[in-house]
Design a protein around this ligand. Structure first.
Ligand code: PLP
Length: 394
């Protein structure tokens, strides 16, 4: 019998999958489930982007491209960085890949030797630790508490650094917390990374979804030294509602980008050509749909936040970005007689018919994640259901 590699035996399946599968099963049995598990915008890809993709196919652009992406797309990405962050990347400092997720995967593959450590502040996006492990690295989880807004402090960071530390991941705006790091916070983190020569992996995929008076700052724009010390990861999945197109990119030091390009040349060859043409239009065309989608997310957040925190036993930091609510439900879990938030989430699905993601998979077992990438109507009904579920059991 064929045995599998140790590398995949250690791989944890995506924690969001179990509950999503169960929600689908219940849905197919005719239960009216409201899904708040989604990690993708609920809007169509804007029309002008679809048109550009179709046109590129009609014009015969259906062949391989350079492994690091079409020069024209890299130029459009470079223009985006100058416009939004005021920083300039040369063509050999940018690689386009098959989604930000695969870009991160490739990055860890070229960065890490066995035993190299990557500092990951928790709560974290579920794939970071797994991707580090797949590259034989060691995820070093630093727990960031709610009372520090789920953000890593310079002191926590410095304490976690060892002589094996290769990188730290900063994800702002963050999934699942919705927290945004300020310029001052990034400066302090950056200083420590420069002092100890720790590479910063800055996942900025939710850049365009920042609310209220908050502002997205890239740690790479703070100083030329920090630009050199950082690999920025971004993409169009969340900003332009293009999750299925699978386009993401990294910008940073040219040796790292070159290594990633070499690896891509043997693994993916190139990101899908049509999707690359679509992305050129996403960046060069009108940004109005991006603004409108952001406004919708923010409107929903403003409409439902007060209701969510009024649920007995729920407390929640107000998200500053992305499209997730991440309430602490410790009190509600206890008062309703459940063991933990995993069990509570299961009961919410079965009894209240609302699918949420338990926080355990994000390294935050006291919380649950609710996505507001769904209609306001769904969202309001889901919160009503959770409210009565809790009220009936308290
Ligand atoms: N980074 C974070 C924090 C995410 O939440 C996601 C998607 O869920 C990604 C990266 C990956 O995005 P994509 O691979 O669609 O570009």
């Amino acid at each position: 019998k064929t045995t599998l590699a140790r590398r995949v035996l250690a791989l944890s399946p995506s924690p969001t999958l179990a509950i999503t599968a169960k929600a689908k099963e219940l849905q197919s049995q005719g239960h009216g489930i409201i899904g708040l598990g989604a990690g993708e915008p609920d809007f169509n890809t804007p029309e002008h982007i679809l048109e550009a993709a179709k046109k590129s196919m009609d014009e015969g652009h259906t062949k391989y491209t350079p492994s690091s992406g079409l020069p024209e797309l890299k130029k459009a990405i470079s223009e985006k960085f100058s416009k939004d962050q005021g920083i300039n990347y040369a063509m050999n400092e940018i690689i386009v890949g098959n989604g930000a997720k695969h870009i991160l995967y490739t990055l860890f593959q070229v960065l890490l030797d066995e035993g190299d450590e990557v500092i990951i502040p928790s709560p974290y996006w579920v794939s970071y630790p797994e991707q580090v492990k797949l590259a034989d690295g060691v995820p070093v989880i630093v727990e960031c508490k709610e009372n520090s807004n789920f953000k890593i402090s310079p002191r926590q960071l410095e304490e976690a650094i060892t002589n094996r530390t290769k990188a730290v991941i900063i994800n702002s705006p963050g999934n699942p917390t919705g927290m945004v790091y300020s310029k001052e916070e990034l400066e302090a983190i950056g200083e420590i990374c420069l002092k100890h020569n720790v590479l910063i992996v800055s996942d900025e995929i939710y850049e365009k979804l920042v609310y209220g008076g908050n502002k997205h700052v890239s740690i790479a724009q703070i100083s030329p030294d920090l630009k050199e010390q950082t690999v920025v990861v971004n993409g169009v999945s969340k900003s332009h509602s293009m999750t299925g197109w699978r386009i993401g990119y990294a910008a940073g030091n040219k040796e790292i980008v070159e290594a990633m390009t070499n690896l891509a040349s043997h693994s993916t060859s190139n990101p899908t050509t049509t999707a690359q043409y679509a992305t050129i239009e996403a960046y060069r065309g009108t940004q109005k749909p991006v603004e409108e989608m952001k406004k919708s997310f923010e409107g929903r957040l403003e409409k439902v936040f007060a209701d969510l925190v009024s649920i007995p036993g729920f407390s929640c930091l107000k998200p500053q970005g992305a499209f997730y609510l991440f309430p602490n439900v410790t009190e509600a879990v206890k008062a309703c007689g459940y063991k933990d938030a995993d069990e509570f989430s299961e009961a919410l699905l079965e009894k209240a018919k609302v699918a949420v993601i338990p926080g355990s998979g994000f390294g935050a077992p006291d919380n649950i994640r609710l996505s507001y990438a769904t209609s306001l109507e769904n969202l309001e009904e889901a919160i009503r259901r959770i409210q009565s579920f809790v009220a009936e059991r308290m």
